[in-house]
Design a protein around this ligand. Sequence first.
Ligand code: 4FN
Length: 267
Amino acid sequence: MLKCPGVEVHMAPAYHVITLFPEMFAALTEFGVSGRAVKQQLCSLKFWNPRDFTQDNYHTVDDRPFGGGPGMVMLVEPLDLALTAVKATLLRQGILLPRMIYLSPQGRRLDQALVQELLQEPALVMLAGRYEGIDERLFARHSIEEISLGDYVLSGGELPAMVLLDAVIRQIPGALGHADSAKEDSFADGLLDCPHYTRPEDYLGLKSPPVLRGGNHAEVTRWRLRQALKRTSLRRPDLIEQRAMSSLEKELMTELLGEIRREVGPE
Ligand code: 4FN
């Protein structure tokens, strides 16, 4: 490859996942936008199985909890050795202190702002738990932050790790093909989507909005923004409050307020 003066060469971000079930991640590496990004080497993605860091003949990764009770706890040693191996690999690539994340219901909730923050990192090390979770002493040995996908009981941290990675990887420059890239420069950043329509124009008497077929691009943009604002204020008012509004958006919101009042009736 040719190096041109003044052309900055960026290193693809390195993503590492510590998991007992690396095969699950085929959902991420084999399909769609994330699969393409991995195949194009827009990021590297490596898996580390704690079982490969066990010292006993049975390759034990879990044990019964001190104090009794149901379920099992992930042993600290295989996790510590796996994490230490990942760190050594990253150190050889010049990354001294990678951000290490334990996917956990105790963590900070993942949102798009956090996704954008994680996108800036040259490397991420993710740890997916199983059973009842991991021995707390891993946190004494490593500086690990916790991120949660939401408040429900899951069987493991693998699906949350995949969700986080999908959200981050699709934001890597070049990951979105032309067909998807419209999403990038969407006006409605931070708003819910507007309704979508495609052929046929009329489905069993259900008509698509004429404005979308009128060919007036400015009108289409205005309609979509209006719909997005309407949906967001009705279904997710918290998202409206979080967000700064442009003068056009404020104008559309005033129009909408009257419309919404008429629809939902006096309250
Ligand atoms: N879950 C709750 C309370 C207590 C336990 C759990 C739970 C998988 C290893 C963690 C769950 C949800 C969102 C990781 C849940 C997440 C997990 C996540 C997760 C096995 C231990 C466990 C009060 C939230 C219902 C099992 C609440 N985001 N324990 O699910 O890893 O990342």
